[in-house]
Ligand binder design. Structure first.
Ligand SMILES: CC(C)(COP(=O)(O)OP(=O)(O)OC[C@H]1O[C@@H](n2cnc3c(N)ncnc32)[C@H](O)[C@@H]1OP(=O)(O)O)[C@@H](O)C(=O)NCCC(=O)NCCS
Length: 185
């Protein structure tokens, strides 16, 4: 799926646009994902030395998600480049195609400005207005230590559906991975 540009302003007045990524913007996206990885290593499953995205791999992912009826890759564009992004990746099989996994992040310095909320709202609207057979449920996993993300998702109607007890080790301590989901109908 692709969406057209939506303009807005952050809570403190900075202009931005949210729209689907183009394959030619893979390098900009790589910068944003790397910034997220190093600024919040505790909220990612990978450590910085395991980060293995490249512009080429991201180009392929943007193209695949834009093309898929149950996929979406959107970003927040501002003067300084991409300051936030969100992907929805639908299941690859007939039995899983109606469920899409959500991943997202907002650049430090742009947080608590309403961008995370706007990204999820735009993604839900896109998924809802697509053929309803394509995406019926959004799922995600979040670490039990990631309170900002849990609050964001809960405030937008995601509910906790299960926990992987102790399945993530952060700074030597075993923490839970929480599965959350939102039905769109
Ligand atoms: C989680 C994240 C995407 C939120 O983005 P954001 O742009 O700051 O979110 P918003 O400004 O839209 O905030 C929406 C709501 O989220 C919650 N929230 C966001 N940051 C919070 C914080 N630091 N502490 C508590 N609640 C927080 C609040 O409920 C907030 O609503 P409010 O401002 O009305 O109180 C951002 O913190 C981030 O990128 N974190 C690092 C990457 C990450 O954790 N990704 C998700 C992995 S599952």
């Amino acid at each position: 799926m692709r969406i057209a540009a939506i303009s807005g302003r952050t809570a403190d007045g900075r202009p931005f646009q949210i729209r689907s990524l183009r394959a030619s913007e893979a390098g900009l996206l790589l910068d944003q994902l790397w910034e997220l990885q190093v600024s919040d290593p505790a909220f990612h499953v990978t450590e910085p030395d395991e980060f293995n995205w490249t512009a080429d791999r991201l180009r392929g992912r943007i193209e695949a998600l834009n093309r898929a009826p149950n996929g979406l890759y959107i970003a927040v564009f501002a003067d300084e480049g991409i300051v936030g992004s969100l992907s929805l990746a639908g299941g690859q099989h007939k039995k899983t195609a109606h469920a899409a996994v959500l991943g997202m992040g907002v650049r430090r310095g742009w947080r608590r400005q309403g961008l995370g909320r706007r990204l999820v709202e735009v993604a839900c609207d896109a998924a809802r207005t697509a053929d309803p057979q394509h995406i019926a449920v959004l799922t995600l996993t979040v670490f039990s230590t990631n309170e900002p993300a849990q609050r964001l998702y809960a405030s937008l109607g995601f509910a906790e559906e299960g926990r992987g007890g102790g399945t993530i080790r952060i700074d030597g301590r075993d923490q839970d991975v929480i599965l959350m989901a939102k039905r769109l109908s």
